[in-house]
Write a protein that binds this ligand. Structure first.
Ligand SMILES: Cc1cc2nc3c(=O)[nH]c(=O)nc-3n(C[C@H](O)[C@H](O)[C@H](O)COP(=O)(O)OP(=O)(O)OC[C@H]3O[C@@H](n4cnc5c(N)ncnc54)[C@H](O)[C@@H]3O)c2cc1C
Length: 300
């Protein structure tokens, strides 16, 4: 646990010790831990330096839409919350420079309003921009990595660097450039012009997601990455369905009846419940199909 007053001299930083974090993940797991909220690039740099000096590891937290939170975390969570003037999205631009803490839902509204081609790829994905880039979030329409041109990161020495994005920067649900301990704090994004159909594509895709995924339940999206076997795609949700695991419950967590790759917090679930259910599913999938399904969610 962090000591009280540890970061007190750094302006723009809020430290909350042993905080109830159950509202800090979309799965709403029961969780307590220390939370450091950082409000500017300068304070991020100072905090990272200080944590390194004290040899304190941390977990970066976005919206917690793909991060399982432990009941009592021994590591503090670091969240960035940089000021963002929503009025800057009152008009269309060619290139956008955005703080990593901005929510994708804000960007989707903007894309819908100005029919920005390309931005439909993250329709309905709950995320901060930083978390989405870390995960290379995407849908059946594409991945966010296709739209990113430059990413600014802060390392554990409090030093800033930027990465110009190229074709090797991202793979399926991962980035290939964030080093251990680095925090994404700013992002440059492009679009592919205007396309009057984008607004309708976004509307329809949201409707489709609502019909095929448990969007109203407390989940963390897809638990497993889709896999491949002998060059053939193995969608994790379908395989869970085929072996009849939908509805299986451990403690307060159950496999969704709507989508086999989603787990729903139905009764005060904890991190341990989720990990136990994950282990059962992975074991059964290996036994029945010989396929290893890697985790998409982050469970550190
Ligand atoms: C209902 C639902 C539907 C979903 N559908 C999709 C979908 O269609 N496609 C999809 O790809 N995902 C989907 N997800 C998963 C989730 O939305 C994505 O993985 C998203 O990118 C997570 O963003 P986040 O800001 O919540 O990051 P978090 O979950 O908080 O963090 C995820 C990882 O990113 C790291 N991270 C976060 N921010 C930063 C940063 N600024 N710098 C460095 N590292 C950082 C964290 O340490 C962690 O390892 C869904 C989730 C839910 C709940």
């Amino acid at each position: 646990m962090l000591k009280d007053n540890l970061l007190k001299d750094i302006e723009g930083v809020e430290v909350e010790l042993n905080k109830d974090l159950s509202k800090f993940s979309t799965m709403r797991l029961k969780a307590y831990g220390d939370l450091i909220t950082v409000g500017s690039v300068e304070s991020l740099s100072s905090v990272l330096k200080k944590l390194k000096e004290l040899k304190i590891e941390f977990i970066v937290l976005g919206m917690g839409a793909n991060q399982l939170l432990k009941r009592e975390s021994s590591l503090p969570y670091l969240m960035i919350k940089f000021p963002f003037d929503k009025n800057s999205l009152n008009e269309k631009k060619e290139i956008y420079t955005l703080p990593a803490s901005v929510r994708l839902s804000v960007l989707t509204s903007h894309a819908s309003k100005f029919a920005l081609k390309g931005w439909e790829v993250f329709t309905g994905v709950p995320a901060t921009l930083g978390g989405a880039i870390f995960m290379n979030a995407g849908t059946g329409l594409g991945e966010i990595g296709e739209l990113v041109t430059k990413v600014w990161l802060m390392n554990s020495n409090g030093e800033s660097r930027f990465v110009e994005i190229n074709k090797d920067s991202f793979s399926y649900r991962k980035n290939n450039f964030v080093e251990a301990g680095e925090v994404i704090y700013q992002v440059e994004m492009k679009h592919f012009g205007e396309d009057s159909e984008v607004t309708e594509v976004i509307r329809k895709y949201l409707g489709r997601r609502n019909a095929t995924q448990p969007m109203k339940e407390k989940t963390c999206g897809c638990v497993f990455k889709n896999s491949n076997f002998d060059g053939l795609p193995c969608p994790a949700g379908k395989f869970v369905d085929i072996i009849g695991l939908k509805g299986l419950q451990v403690g307060g967590i159950r496999i969704s009846d709507i989508h086999g790759n989603f787990m729903e917090n139905c009764d005060d679930a904890t991190y341990d419940d989720v990990v136990a259910l994950i282990n059962i599913v992975q074991r059964e999938m290996k036994l029945q199909f010989g396929v290893d399904f890697e985790l998409e969610v982050k469970a550190k």
